[in-house]
Design a binder for this molecule. Structure first.
Ligand SMILES: Cc1cc2nc3c(=O)[nH]c(=O)nc-3n(C[C@H](O)[C@H](O)[C@H](O)COP(=O)(O)OP(=O)(O)OC[C@H]3O[C@@H](n4cnc5c(N)ncnc54)[C@H](O)[C@@H]3O)c2cc1C
Length: 391
C-alpha cells in the first residue's frame, strides 16, 4: 500500500493545475491518468489569453497553433452575422495544440514535485476511516494508494463523481469534430459559430482555424446524432471546404447543465467537467477547469497542513470558485435556457439587434443584466428573453 497526502485523478486542465497547486502548498501529491499521453479527449482547443495566464504558462509557439482576433456568429440565415472584434469586446485568444498545452502543464506540475503516473486508471475509490483508498490499475496489476484527500478531475465519466456525488441533473451535449486540412477560410484569425435548427439543433457548429489551412470543425447537438449535421454543413459550404480532407475524427460530450450543487464532501473534491464547471452556452470548460483546479489544489494543501479534511474545511473551494466562476456558469445557463426557446426567425432578428459585446456577455454569463435591460425595450424580446434573464 502506498500513501500520499493527496491523490488527483485525471490529467486534464483541472487535474494538472490541482496537483501543481497542491504540491506548491507543500503536500505530497500523486496524479494518475488513464491514458498514455495528455489531451486524448476531443477538444476544439480555443482558449482566451487570460486562460493561458491563469494556467501560469507564458504564451509560446510550443503549444499555440494560431492567434485569434475576432469571431463571426452566423444566424440561421447565414447572410446575417454578428461580428465580434477584439478592440470592441476584448474577445481574442488562441487555438492551441491541446496535447502540447497539457504537456507543458504536466512539466510545470512535475517541477513542483507532483508524481505523475500515466497509463494508470482509477478503477475503484472507497472511504477508509479518515482516509480514502484509491485502486489504480497500471495495465498489469492493481495498486492500492491511500490518501488524506482525493481530488476527482476525471472528466465527464468521473468515477469519483459517480461514487460520491449526485449527478442526477447532469446533462450532456454530444459533439463530433473533424480536423480538416486544406480549408479555404478567407480569414484564419477569426473563429466562426453557426446557429439554428438546420445546422445544429439545440447546439452550435464551430470552425476554429489552426492556421495553414488546418481547422477544427465540429458540432454539438442534442436529441440527434451529430455526425449528419457536420457532414451536411461541410457538403453545403463548398467555398470553404471544396478541397478539404479529414485528418482526424473525434467525438466527446460536454456537460452543459451547470455546476453540481455539491462538489465537496469529507476527504473528497471534484473539479472541471466532473463537477459540471463548463460555461453552458459556449461549452468552453478549459479556463473554468483551470480556475477550479487551482483553488481546489490550494485548499487541499492547506487542509492537509491543518489536518482537517472535513467537508466544512474543504467548502472553501466552492465558496471561492462560486464568487466569480460559479456565477458566470449560472448566468450563462440562464442564457442557454432562453436560447433553447428561440426559433430560427427569432435568431435571425436577434442578429440585427445584438452587438458583438452583447453576444459575448450573454454567452459567457457576464453583464447579462445589461443585455436584458437593452432587450426590454424591444417589443418581442422583452417578453421572450429579457424578463427571463432578469428573473
Ligand atoms: C468536442 C469538444 C470541444 C471542446 N472545445 C473546447 C474549446 O474550444 N475550449 C474550451 O475551453 N473547452 C472546450 N471543450 C471543453 C473542454 O474540453 C473541457 O471542459 C475540459 O477539457 C475539462 O477539463 P477537465 O480537466 O475537467 O477534464 P478532461 O479534460 O476531460 O480530463 C479528464 C482526464 O481524466 C482522465 N481520466 C478519466 N477517468 C479516469 C480514471 N478512472 N483514472 C485515471 N484517469 C482518468 C481522462 O483520460 C482525462 O485525461 C470542448 C469539449 C469537447 C468535447
Amino acid at each position: 500500500v502506498e500513501t500520499y497526502d493527496i491523490v488527483v485523478v485525471g490529467a486534464g486542465p483541472a487535474g494538472l493545475l490541482a496537483s501543481k497547486k497542491a504540491a506548491e502548498g507543500g503536500a505530497q501529491v500523486l496524479l494518475v491518468e488513464k491514458e498514455g499521453e495528455f489531451g486524448v479527449k476531443a477538444c476544439a482547443e480555443a482558449l482566451s489569453k487570460d486562460a493561458v495566464l491563469d494556467a501560469e504558462l507564458k504564451p509560446s509557439s510550443n503549444f499555440i497553433s494560431n492567434e485569434i482576433v475576432g469571431a463571426y456568429i452566423y444566424a440561421p440565415d447565414e447572410n446575417k452575422k454578428v461580428e465580434i472584434s477584439m478592440s470592441e469586446t476584448g474577445y481574442g485568444g488562441y487555438v492551441v495544440n491541446k496535447p502540447l498545452f497539457l504537456k507543458e502543464l504536466a512539466e510545470a506540475a512535475a517541477a513542483k514535485g507532483v508524481d505523475i503516473r500515466v497509463k494508470s486508471k482509477v478503477v475503484d475509490v472507497k472511504r477508509d476511516g479518515k482516509l480514502v483508498k484509491v485502486m489504480v490499475f497500471d495495465g498489469a496489476k492493481t495498486v492500492e494508494v491511500k490518501a488524506k484527500i482525493l481530488v476527482g478531475c476525471d472528466g465527464v465519466n468521473s468515477i469519483v463523481a459517480e461514487k460520491f456525488f449526485n449527478r442526477e441533473n447532469y446533462q450532456l451535449i454530444s459533439c463530433i469534430q473533424y480536423k480538416l486540412a486544406d480549408c479555404n477560410l478567407d480569414n484564419e484569425r477569426v473563429t466562426r459559430f453557426y446557429l439554428g435548427r438546420k445546422v445544429a439543433p439545440m447546439g452550435y457548429l464551430w470552425i476554429f482555424p489552426k492556421g495553414r489551412k488546418l481547422a477544427n470543425v465540429g458540432v454539438g447537438v442534442r436529441g440527434e446524432p451529430a455526425k449528419k449535421y457536420l457532414d451536411q454543413f461541410i457538403e453545403t459550404h463548398v467555398e470553404e471546404f471544396r478541397n478539404s480532407k479529414v485528418v482526424k475524427v473525434e467525438a466527446a460530450p460536454i456537460p452543459i447543465s451547470g455546476q453540481l450543487d455539491e462538489i465537496v464532501s469529507d476527504n473528497i473534491m471534484i473539479c472541471g467537467d466532473a463537477a459540471g464547471q463548463v460555461i453552458p452556452l459556449t461549452g468552453g470548460g478549459i479556463h473554468s477547469s483551470i480556475a477550479a483546479g487551482k483553488i481546489a489544489g490550494e485548499v487541499a494543501a492547506e487542509a492537509v497542513k491543518e489536518n482537517d479534511a472535513s467537508k466544512a474545511r474543504l467548502m472553501e473551494y466552492p465558496n471561492r470558485f462560486n464568487s466569480y466562476w460559479g456565477e458566470r456558469i449560472r448566468k450563462s445557463l440562464k442564457a442557454l435556457r432562453v436560447m433553447e426557446k428561440l426559433s430560427d426567425d427569432d435568431l435571425n432578428q436577434l442578429a440585427n439587434i445584438l452587438t458583438g459585446k452583447d453576444v459575448i456577455d450573454l454567452a459567457n454569463g457576464l453583464n447579462v443584466e445589461r443585455v436584458a435591460m437593452m432587450l426590454m425595450k424591444h417589443p418581442v424580446f422583452a417578453m421572450k428573453i429579457a424578463k427571463f434573464l432578469l428573473s
